[in-house]
Design a protein. Structure first.
Lengths: 475, 1123
């Protein structure tokens, strides 16, 4: 199917009228009341109590709702995927007609491909879906995790050219094409996965079979994406309030939080907006600006791609975290944010052999013994103090212990039930904690969602009934 | 939470006989529970009335009761054994109902037995439809609008209130949706609801707004006492709401829900299991309106179920084992993940990198008159599961596993409108569009084939969607399958022969799931004569040969529950054709195990028995499991191939390696090549496996070219043929001097008529090489012959067998093992019913009750001569008849039979295990064979599906109808029979009225029975003819009208008035009595009134009644041991 479909599919969704046709086709024969949702953009503050000019940004699916031509032609025909260990897989190309290259990783989630594709943590990587039937329910408007597609290529067993869902506005192929991202299908993805499991994360390239020689030399020249400042590539460069003036259910103003964007997922921002007035801030914003100009009450550090010990923007975020802890500001980190919080406290980080990516990772709360099934997407992990890394595959790669910026005692609160790697830290004596996994889910289970409430309570306690800082008289 | 050290002795309840709605899945779950608990140091007491299960094998539990699963019996066993706890969640609805009864009447409290693994409040809130609705509402989960009713008046009022038809009727506390249905008008509503109220244990039905056409999704949930919850598996039904999930074609994991949709249902499922406080496994069903995203909770099963067996096999996660350990206190994170081993925990959610398809197996190929429509109550007897990397591959593999006679979908013709077998001339006419539309619109077993056909004809997805309401995603897949099929057909029209298929096409077709047979058939343009009659150069073997020349073989993938993220230890595989460069045979990567004597172990493959169906039940799975055990005991590697997700044989730790594959010649050959197998055992998987003997034998030369030197272990293919081929067997009997009823073979109508003329009426006719006596009938005159011939399916390689019918003969079954020189007889069994009633449907005794020593020694002698003479190596079964003190041999089955487990549990001789040892080379003289246990009379009784299958005459005959069996044993025959009868769960009356109506030939014998019944205090009713005959003997009997007379009271009135507790009716083959009898038996089935259809049966029934009047028989521990 793939060749024919690739040749036929590309421009199906590019005009408003043909878009309408797609939607109608998708819901033919259904009840009159069926509502086709095609909400554009990302604006978590809109409609929120007290918010008059909510900030709005783009959603990656918006491109499927515009009539703009895609940047490249659609790819088709036979392709090959080359791995740095010398293995070679045949397949068929789809998505954009550009070469794919990056660090080959796999995710085991069976749903949520759109959320994964738009998760900035995948920047620099080529993403293999172990679930063989990609895109059954299509791409939906308004549910992306960012404004773009981040993996540098997609590897799958089969993609669906007839997605079937009331919200579908296009296929995974349409989505990749619109974002100029290539894909390769009809690949034996299980075999690829086994290779990554055995050899660890690998560099790879893929493209048309005729260009094998060129692809091969490209692979030889390639350097590990981790060496780049990936955080700088994916993060914002301007601070903005998402929901200025937001009020809580009780009508009181919400405390203000800065969310350091190292590649933040939209659903984290949505969750934060429910509880805080959110300053969506670049990772290198700096402590002084946060406190003096924005007068924040709490700090959050997001997920993101690459090596937490990188000396680029990740380092700036790390410094800010250290100061926040020193100043007793309530602080929470997720994923990369968790690793940065660990580094800020003098813990080391290391690269896992092939990471945790999927929606079924069990995490044990060592205090209660309770297990949550969590959504994860990380290649690095925090090493507990004075211990070797707890990974099942300790391919120990680290920049060496960075200087402890702030040396608070930490407690490993959560561990992975499978390999006992660190999944969460509580900073002793501080209103601060971090988790390696994704309580915002999207994709994945909601088991860990109460962590946002935990943080909300911390901030509440911290303020102890006082007004948020920015509403207090400046003395 | 730690293990419960306060518990030592735990009683586990099984589910009893295999029935529609309650199949082998509970043998699987019960066996897992037994193993898990005993391995953890608990003492296990097991109760199950079904002799054919693995769970009540002597080694499985510390003590075993093969006793009726009735509250009274279980209470008595509790008194005897005084266990600390009762685990009821492993035995389906049967076990839950007993647990519920014993708890409500105070027995459990009084005996200080704790109910573990499920609690009654949870059961009640899940099963009581009204309570369940309230529970859902209390946690803001939507449910369809519904009202609980306990009378027809309230049903009508409810219909008024809810409004529009159709309305759904759901009875509370029943099995497999029994008594439920969809009503399209008031008349149907009254009819369905009155049955529903009758079948419901608490006399309650729910009248529910219909959500027909919504999608149906299932979630398998696990929870422990620490409130850790996981979803083991999600499943999506292809058939929209309105078809019972057990009757639906199901895909795992779900395919068409977005992550948001899925998380919404996941949250709802977890909320429910927490609210119901279920600890263990549970299944939640949802309906989803795809176009709006609305959903509703349909129901919860607060226990392991058929769906959880499917989920276990689909993911590799052993739900029952983990549920049993949760019941004794463990939490999920304390248990290692049994699939990935140490270092991972059971507290995780399996993720799949393949697609699973389950298709139910219906009995309509045998029950041609039964109503084929499927709906909210179950009719299927079993199911198959298949795994592939794409939906198409999995679906086609599942189809190939069904064994309806064609391993792939073919274009539909008028021939398909009969019983699914090619019908000669009618197969040349394509199925008319209007019939096709009907087959799409009304769910039956034919629906999936109709979907293929519609797209073959170029119907659009939207048109088919309009008719079926099936989710478009699936329809697109069917459309794609049809397109590829048309592509193959076109290539064939262009003159492509199998030998010329290019590597590229072959690879594409194979990875879309096409079997070699399908490719051959399609290239040949689907000839009306069928795919197996193609000339050699166009045949299936030629496709395989070409494929192998291209080095295209399947690769084998592990079912590891984690999509390869972790190294797994489960030796559980499926085959798939990955696209890309061909790689040749995907050999098993590791070296052979060393056997005890230092030599490399031999790899021996056991062929399973496929889906449970009439004539091939759980007994054959039992045989396969024993064969595997024997092979492993002998130090060799045992490999199993099977496709039935309900069974113990497909548990991943039963064998050294499990292949979940269709049992077609192609799939089997590929596994053999992968394993470089040394031998294959075909005698344990019933007719499915033995039917492979000849075709496999013919393919051995080809396999040898690929380097595989395979031996068919045990009885040779030629000996199998000699035993099964009528003419060759007759020759054999002549040669060794054994008597057979006179018989002939007919290949054409002329030959058949001539044979009948030679032999003389009555004759027994049947097709050769069939299962369970399909198509077998006793004919007494030309008119019957004519109508039989009209439907008969004659082909040169499928002749009809015509035999002299022995009147009033005693039938015997013998199960034995032969090593080529010596014969071990497991037991001689005497049937109550005369020869002519299918042996699988008869009640039989060990030891024989009416057969003298002389004939018994003749039976032994003949058995030895047959075993040695045919060169049997392994097991065999012989049916004998004694007519006027003369012994006849009726047939020999060169394989294990359905009575092997019954014999093993009656005598303590594990025949199947011994047979397997012999088949792989041991001599009987070298084996330790236990002495047969004596002193008890053991009875096996059949259980029938009449209640579930309307349109089926509820009377045993030459064609098998039963789904399962039960066993009773006691020091005397009457007690043993009574136990078996009680175990069938049809009441044994101790007082009241008996209705008698027998054919003329039986009237004389009836007098003695009638007078005994009078002595036992019953009053008698009879039709005028029968009454007259009895009055001649001075017996007091009331006359009722014959039903055909249309005057009242007739038998039906008396039955409805509750005045009849037993019906004795021997079916007459003439006139109005046929219809009368049928109606009466039908009503008896529906009112749960016992009836007997033979005089010998009536005599035994009277003895059982006599025994029952003396009180409930005392339960006894199973006394046998295989050691």
């Amino acid at each position: 199917m793939t060749r024919a479909a690739c040749a036929r599919a590309p421009r199906a969704g590019w005009t408003a009228s043909s878009l309408e046709r797609i939607i109608i086709n998708g819901s033919q024969g259904r009840s009159e009341g069926a509502k086709v949702r095609a909400a554009r953009g990302f604006s978590p503050g809109s409609g929120q109590r007290g918010v008059s000019n909510a900030h709005s940004g783009a959603d990656a699916a918006d491109l499927l709702l515009t009539s703009a031509a895609p940047p490249s032609e659609a790819a088709s025909g036979a392709g090959i995927l080359l791995l740095a260990d010398g293995s070679r897989y045949s397949g068929n190309l789809f998505g954009a007609d550009v070469a794919g290259e990056g660090e080959l990783v796999f995710t085991t989630g069976m749903t949520g491909f759109q959320e994964s594709l738009t998760d900035p943590s995948f920047a620099g990587q080529v993403l293999t879906f172990t679930w063989p039937l990609l895109g059954n329910y299509g791409v939906a408007a308004g549910i992306s995790e960012s404004a773009s597609v981040w993996p540098r290529g997609v590897v799958c067993r089969e993609w669906t050219d007839h997605p079937d869902h009331r919200h579908s506005i296009g296929s995974v192929h349409d989505f990749l094409l619109a974002h100029d991202i290539p894909g390769i299908t009809t690949v034996d993805t299980r075999s690829v996965t086994l290779r990554v499991r055995e050899h660890g994360t690998l560099l790879c390239v893929f493209g048309p079979v005729e260009q094998e020689t060129a692809l091969r030399s490209r692979l030889e020249r390639m350097s590990a994406p981790d060496l780049d400042d990936l955080v700088a590539e994916v993060s914002r460069d301007q601070a903005v309030l998402l929901n200025e003036g937001a009020l809580g259910a009780d009508g009181e103003p919400l405390p203000r939080i800065a969310a350091l964007d190292c590649g933040i997922k939209y659903n984290i921002l949505r969750e934060l907006c429910k509880r805080f007035e959110v300053l969506w801030a670049p990772p290198d914003i700096g402590w002084d600006e946060l406190t003096d100009a924005w007068r924040i009450d709490a700090l959050f550090c997001s997920n993101g791609p690459g090596d937490p010990a990188h000396s680029g923007q990740a380092k700036s975020a790390r410094k800010t975290l250290a100061v926040a802890l020193e100043c007793d500001m309530p602080t929470m980190g997720i994923c990369l944010g968790h690793q940065l919080l660990g580094l800020a406290n003098g813990l080391e980080t290391y690269k896992l052999r092939y990471g945790h990516r999927g929606a079924n990772q069990p995490v044990v709360d060592l205090r209660t013994g309770k297990v949550d099934i969590t959504s994860q997407n990380h290649g690095f992990a925090v090493c507990p103090r004075d211990e070797p890394p707890l990974a099942a595959h300790p391919d120990w790669e680290s920049e060496g212990p960075p200087t402890a910026l702030f040396d608070a005692a930490t407690e490993v609160r959560f561990v992975n039930a499978n390999d006992r790697t660190v999944e969460g830290l509580d900073v002793i004596g501080k209103e601060a904690f971090s988790v390696q996994y994704h309580p915002e889910a999207s994709p994945g289970p909601h088991d860990a969602a109460p962590l946002f409430e935990r943080f909300e309570k911390m901030v509440e306690n911290h303020l102890a009934g006082a007004l948020p800082l920015n509403l207090r008289e400046v003395t | 939470m730690p293990r419960r050290d306060d518990l030592q002795r735990i009683m586990i309840l099984g589910s009893g006989p295999i029935r529609i709605g309650q199949g082998a899945e509970f043998d699987f779950s019960g066996s897992q529970a037994c193993r898990a608990l005993r391995a953890d140091g608990f003492e296990v007491i097991l109760v199950n009335s079904n002799p054919a299960t693995i769970q009540n094998d002597p080694e499985m539990a510390d003590c075993i009761y093969i006793e009726p699963l009735l509250p009274d019996t279980v209470r008595r066993i509790l008194e005897i054994e005084r266990p600390d706890a009762l685990l009821a969640g492993m035995g389906g609805q049967t076990a839950l109902n007993i647990a519920s009864a014993l708890s409500h009447d105070g027995t459990l409290d009084e005996l200080e037995v704790e109910l573990i693994g499920c609690d009654l409040v949870a059961i009640d809130s899940a099963e009581d439809r009204d309570l369940f609705k309230k529970v859902c509402e209390s946690i803001d989960l939507p449910v369809p609008r519904a009202l609980a009713c306990d009378s027809i008046e309230s049903v009508l009022a409810a219909a008024e209130e809810i409004g529009d038809f159709p309305l759904l009727v759901r009875p509370a506390f029943t099995l497999g949706g029994l008594g439920g249905g969809t009503a399209w008008n008031t008349h149907e509503l009254v009819e369905i609801a009155s049955q529903g109220i009758l079948y419901s244990q608490i006399g309650q039905v729910l009248i529910e707004e219909s959500i027909l056409g919504w999608q149906e999704h299932e979630y398998e949930v696990m929870r422990d006492a620490a409130d850790n919850c996981i979803i083991v598996c999600t499943m999506e039904n292809i058939d929209p709401m309105g078809v019972h999930t057990g009757e639906s074609v199901v895909v795992a994991p779900q395919q068409t829900l977005s992550d948001r949709d899925h998380q919404m249902l996941r949250d709802a499922a977890l909320k429910l299991i927490r609210r119901l406080d279920i600890k263990g496994g549970c299944n939640v069903q949802f309906a989803v309106e795809q176009s709006t995203g609305e959903f509703a909770v349909i129901e919860v099963n607060p226990r392991v179920s058929r769906s959880s067996a499917l989920a276990s096999k689909a993911t590799g996660y052993p739900i029952a084992r983990i549920a049993a350990l949760i019941a004794v206190g463990y939490t999920l994170d304390e248990l290692p993940n049994p699939i990935t081993g140490e270092g991972t925990t059971a507290a995780f959610e399996p993720t799949l990198d393949y697609c699973v398809v389950k298709i139910p197996r219906w009995p309509f190929d045998k029950f041609r008159t039964a109503d084929r429509r499927i709906g909210t109550s179950m009719k299927s007897t079993g199911e198959v599961m298949a795994i592939g990397r794409t939906f198409e591959e999995a679906f086609r593999k599942a189809w190939a596993s069904l064994e309806y006679g064609c391993p792939h979908p073919r274009p539909l013709t008028l021939g398909d409108t009969s019983e699914g077998e090619g019908m000669g001339a009618r197969a040349h006419t394509s199925l008319p569009d209007d019939i096709l539309t009907e087959w799409l619109a009304v769910p039956t077993d034919r629906r999936m084939g109709a979907l293929m056909e519609a797209f073959r004809r170029g119907w659009t997805v939207e048109k088919v969607r309009e008719i079926t309401k099936i989710t478009r995603w699936f329809l697109h897949k069917f459309e794609r399958m049809a397109k590829m099929e048309l592509e193959v057909v076109a290539a064939g029209k262009g003159g492509l022969l199998p030998a010329e298929i290019s590597a590229d096409d072959m690879s594409r077709w194979k990875s879309a799931g096409f079997t070699d047979a399908n490719i051959a058939d399609a290239l040949a343009g689907f000839q009306p004569e069928g795919y197996h009659r193609l000339p050699d150069e166009r045949g299936e073997a030629e496709v395989m040969r070409c494929r192998h020349q291209h080095r295209i073989h399947p690769v084998y993938r592990m079912v590891d529950s984690c999509a390869a993220e972790f190294a797994a230890v489960t030796p559980y595989y499926y085959a798939t054709y990955e696209p890309g460069a061909p790689v040749g045979i995907d050999h098993v990567p590791h070296a052979r195990r060393q056997s005890a004597d230092g030599e490399a172990a031999r790899r021996l493959v056991v062929i399973g028995s496929g889906p449970i169906r009439i004539g091939q039940g759980i007994e054959f799975d039992y045989g396969c499991v024993h064969a595997v055990q024997a092979i492993r005991e002998a130090g060799q590697e045992a490999i199993i191939i099977n496709n039935n997700p309900e069974t113990v044989s497909t548990d991943f730790d039963t064998s050294d390696r499990l292949y979940f594959e269709p049992l077609t010649l192609e799939s089997v050959c590929e596994v053999l090549l992968r394993e470089t197998a040394d031998g294959i055992l075909l005698q344990f998987g019933g007719q499915t496996a033995i039917n492979l003997a000849l075709p496999l034998d013919a393919r051995l030369a080809h396999l040898s070219e690929l380097g595989l030197e395979l031996k068919i272990e045990g009885t040779s293919a030629d000996a199998v043929d000699e035993a099964s081929d009528r003419e060759r067997f007759e020759e054999f009997c002549k040669r060794v001097g054994l008597r057979m009823p006179r018989g002939q073979t007919g290949r054409t109508p002329q030959e058949v008529r001539k044979a009948v003329l030679d032999i003389g009426y009555p004759v027994l006719v049947r097709p050769s090489y069939v299962l369970g006596g399909r198509g077998m009938e006793i004919l007494t005159d030309d008119a019957q012959l004519d109508s039989y011939m009209e439907e008969a399916y004659l082909e040169p390689d499928k002749p009809l067998l015509i035999d002299e019918y022995l009147r009033n003969a005693i039938e015997l079954d013998v199960d034995a093992v032969c090593d080529g020189e010596e014969v071990l007889i497991g037991a001689i069994m005497e049937h109550i019913e005369e020869a002519g009633i299918h042996s699988g449907d008869s009640t039989c005794f060990i030891p024989p009750q009416h057969v003298g020593q002389f004939i018994q020694s003749e039976v032994r002698d003949w058995t030895e001569r047959i075993g040695v003479g045919l060169g049997i190596k392994g097991c065999f079964n012989i049916q004998f008849a004694i007519c006027e003190d003369t012994l006849y041999v009726l047939e020999v089955n060169p394989r294990g039979s359905r009575t092997f487990p019954f014999v093993a549990k009656s005598t303590g001789i594990p025949l199947a295990r011994i047979a397997a040892r012999v088949a792989i080379g041991a001599r009987l003289a070298d084996l330790d064979i236990p002495e047969a246990t004596t002193g008890l009379v053991c009875v096996k009784a059949p259980v029938f599906p009449f209640l579930k299958l309307r349109g089926l005459d509820p009377a045993p005959g030459p064609e098998m109808k039963s789904t399962g069996e039960v066993m009773g044993s006691a020091p005397d025959a009457a007690q043993a029979y009574l136990k078996a009868r009680l175990a069938t769960e049809i009441p044994v009356p101790t007082s009241g009225g008996v209705y008698l109506t027998v054919k003329d030939g039986d009237k004389q014998q009836l007098a003695a029975i009638a007078s005994q019944l009078l002595e036992l205090g019953f009053n008698l009713h009879a039709t005028p003819g029968t009454a007259h005959a009895l009055r001649e003997h001075g017996l007091e009997v009331e006359i009722a009208y014959r039903i055909a007379e249309k005057q009242h009271p007739d038998a039906l009135d008396l039955m409805r008035e509750g005045r009849i507790q037993l019906v004795v009716n021997t079916p007459s083959r003439s006139g109005g009595a046929v219809r009368d009898g049928n109606m009466m038996r039908r009503l008896a089935v529906e009112l749960n009134i016992p009836f007997v259809t033979t005089m010998s049966g009536a005599r035994m029934e009277v003895e059982a009644i006599g025994a029952a009047q003396k009180g409930t028989p005392e339960p006894q521990r199973l006394q046998v041991s295989y050691l």
